[in-house]
Design a protein around this ligand. Structure first.
Ligand code: SAM
Length: 239
C-alpha cells in the first residue's frame, strides 16, 4: 500500500491535506480515486489507514480511518557529515533515512569543498526514503554548521563515533565497550580532516575514534559502512 508522510494531525475521521505535489502523485501517478486506501504517518501520531475523501483541483483531501501502528522511534543516532559533492550528499541523506538515523547534520571543515546545498531537496529525499522504509518519522536535515561550533555546543551525554581513516580502533568492539546511549557518527570530507581537527576530535572525552578497515572509503561509502556497523554493534540490529 502507498505510504505518505504528512504534517497534518492524525485522529479518527480527521481530514488530512497532502501537499499539491503529493496530491498529484496520488491521483496522476498512482491513479487513486475517492474511496481508495493508503497509509499515512506524521512522525507524532503513529501510522493510519486513510481513504481518499475528495479529489479537488487544488489537491486531494484524505480522511483518517484508524490507527494501524502506534508511534515509535528508532535509536537516537545522528549522522554528522562534512559537505561533499551534491550527489554524494543526496545519497548519504537517503541511506541515513534507510539505515535509521534520526537526524543528519552537515558540517563545514577546513578541507570542505562545499557544493551548494539545497535543503528542500535533501528534506524531500529524506521524506521519500522514510516513506519507503516503513519507519514512522522522517530524519531532520540541518543547515551546515562549522565543525568547531558543533563541537563547542556538544550535547551532554552524547557519544561521538569519529571515523578516522588515519587509524582508529576496530569499530564493533570499541562501540560495544563505549555502550548504548545517544550517539553521533562523524564522517570527514573528501580531503579528510586537517591534523588540528583530528587532534581536537581525538582529545574529546566523548569521542571513540574508529577505523572502517584498511581501505580509504569515499564519504558516502564510509557513512553507509559506519551506520551499518553502529546498528549492528549497539543499535536496533543488535537487539
Ligand atoms: N583523507 C583521505 C584522503 O584524501 O586520502 C580521504 C578521506 S575519506 C574520502 C572521507 C572520510 O571518510 C574520512 O574523513 C573518514 O571520516 C571516512 N573514512 C574513509 N575511509 C575510512 C576508514 N578506512 N576508516 C575510518 N574512516 C574512514
Amino acid at each position: 500500500m502507498i505510504r505518505l508522510h504528512v504534517t497534518s494531525p492524525l485522529a479518527p475521521a480527521a481530514p488530512v491535506a497532502p501537499t499539491l505535489d503529493q496530491s498529484r502523485y496520488l491521483t496522476q501517478v498512482m491513479r487513486l480515486k475517492a474511496g481508495d486506501e493508503l497509509l499515512v504517518f506524521n512522525g507524532r501520531d503513529g501510522e493510519w489507514r486513510c481513504t481518499v475523501a475528495e479529489v479537488l483541483k487544488k489537491g486531494v483531501i484524505l480522511r483518517a480511518e484508524e490507527q494501524v501502528r502506534s508511534q515509535t522511534f528508532g535509536p537516537d543516532l545522528e549522522l554528522i557529515v562534512a559537505v561533499v559533492k551534491k550527489a554524494r550528499v543526496e545519497t548519504i541523506v537517503e541511506k541515513a533515512a534507510e539505515l535509521g538515523a534520526r537526524r543528519v547534520r552537515l558540517v563545514l571543515t577546513k578541507r570542505t569543498n562545499a557544493d551548494r546545498i539545497r535543503l528542500d531537496r535533501l528534506d524531500a529525499i529524506a521524506e521519500e526514503a522514510a516513506e519507503q522504509t516503513g519507519r514512522m518519522d522522517v530524519p531532520a536535515v540541518d543547515d551546515p554548521i562549522k565543525l568547531d561550533a558543533l563541537l563547542d555546543g556538544w550535547e551532554t551525554g552524547r557519544r561521538l563515533m569519529f571515523c578516522d581513516e588515519t587509524g582508529g580502533a576496530p569499530a564493533v568492539s570499541s562501540l560495544r565497550d563505549a555502550g548504548e546511549g545517544p550517539w553521533s557518527i562523524l564522517i570527514g570530507p573528501e580531503g579528510g580532516f586537517s591534523p588540528e581537527e583530528g587532534e581536537r576530535l581525538r582529545s574529546l572525552p566523548f569521542t571513540t575514534a574508529v577505523s572502517l578497515g584498511p581501505r580509504i572509503l569515499r564519504a558516502d561509502t564510509a557513512a553507509i559502512a559506519a551506520m551499518t556497523l553502529w546498528q549492528a554493534a549497539v543499535g536496533d540490529w543488535a537487539r
